[in-house]
Design a protein around this ligand. Structure first.
Ligand SMILES: Cc1ncc(COP(=O)(O)O)c(C=O)c1O
Length: 363
């Protein structure tokens, strides 16, 4: 069997360091926030090239708090894409604001920057591009449009740890960058985790207060806050894993190059790396009009694959109240029908990539 992702394989390579880091937290009893989380905030923000990091319990919470710190709330609109994980859209709804969708560029799978401006109204407060699959959205035009219309830019970098746009790390380019450390992510905790990064010190305090019940000091609640704190153990684990992130990214990129090479003339379309982008291949998605058959045949050969994502958010029953219908975002809808995510993780072998690629060619 070739798994889609193998978290155990990675744990085995760093077991001693992880176990020691976890034990240290147990001995310290700093189970919630604490020194390890504070150190991780500094180290991860530094890694991304941002001044500040605020660790939270999930990527969804990171998005929620960034939106709140930007002043987004009821009556406002936030522009994003329907071709994303549902959390991007859910976080906007948590604030009481309305998500307004813009289709994706069918080549990059990220927001079509040529369609943003026509979605702007007097209610628009922010643009929330998603760096899908590990490739940054086209940030320069987004920032330029935002500047012209006085909008905040919040990057959903949940899939893009270490990805770059014109040499700048994803998450550090807009007003806020939001990360998830869900276990399967390129930098994954052993449980849930997330972080907001920013260069603006005014936002930092607000987000710190909001993640901890709105407390300025213990039992003094200056804002209506949340319990969105990161666990000490996750901070300690993520500090260890951050030291390996670049090596793991290099491995993913080498494996992606191997897929690219072997899948020439295979009948599937391989990912396009945009000229501005350093892709970190959180997901290696190919494209085929016969996607479902392809997935079934690979399954029969014991090759696990995934679909990210089979239904765009504008067509999800839970978001029917937004009033969209089939045909509103054709590029997202077609991508949802055609993309297939192949096995991708740093410990995958070239031999396994060859088996997957040969299996695709044989179909
Ligand atoms: C694009 C995107 N945004 C947001 C999230 C939410 O992150 P989390 O699962 O940590 O809440 C995820 C991952 O799950 C994601 O892939």
């Amino acid at each position: 069997m070739i798994p889609f992702v193998d978290l155990k394989a990675q744990y085995n390579t760093i077991k001693d360091e992880i176990n020691a880091a976890v034990l240290k937290v147990l001995e310290s009893s700093q189970f919630v926030l604490g020194d390890e989380v504070t150190a991780f905030e500094k180290e991860f923000a530094g890694y991304c090239g941002a001044d500040y990091g605020i660790a939270v319990n999930t990527g969804t919470s990171a998005l929620h708090l960034a939106l709140l710190a930007a002043g987004v709330g009821s009556g406002d609109e936030v522009i994003t894409v329907p071709f994303t994980f549902v959390a991007t859209v859910a976080a906007i709804c948590y604030t009481g604001a309305t998500p307004v969708f813009v289709d994706i560029n069918p080549v990059s799978y990220t927001i079509d920057v040529n369609q943003i401006e026509k979605a702007i109204t007097e209610r628009t407060k922010a643009i929330l591009p998603v760096h899908l699959y590990g490739q940054a959205a086209d940030m320069e035009p987004i920032l330029e449009i935002a500047r012209r219309h006085g909008l905040t830019v919040i990057e959903d970098a949940a899939q893009a740890h270490g990805a770059e746009y014109k040499g700048r790390r994803a998450g550090s380019i807009g007003d806020f960058g939001c990360f998830s450390f869900y276990p399967g992510k390129n930098l994954g905790a052993y449980g849930e985790g997330g972080m907001v990064i920013t260069n603006n010190p005014e936002y930092v305090r607000t987000i710190q207060v909001l993640r901890d019940w709105g407390q300025e000091r213990r039992y003094q609640h200056i804002l209506k806050g949340y319990n969105y704190r990161m666990d000490g153990i996750q901070g300690a684990i993520l500090r260890v894993k951050l030291r390996y992130l670049d090596a793991w990214t290099d491995a993913r990129r080498a494996l992606a190059a191997h897929y690219d090479e072997l899948l020439v003339n295979s009948g599937v379309t391989t990912p396009t790396v945009m000229p501005y982008s350093h892709h970190v291949y959180h997901i290696y998605a190919v494209r085929s009009p016969q996607r479902d058959t392809l997935q079934q045949k690979l399954h029969e050969r014991l090759i696990q694959t995934g679909i990210h994502y089979p239904i765009p958010v504008h067509l999800q029953p839970a978001y029917a109240d937004l009033g969209y219908k089939i045909g509103d975002f054709l590029c997202s809808e077609l991508a949802a029908n055609e993309v297939l995510s192949l096995p991708m993780f740093a410990e995958l072998s070239e031999a396994q990539i060859t088996i997957v690629s040969e299996s695709i060619k044989a179909l």
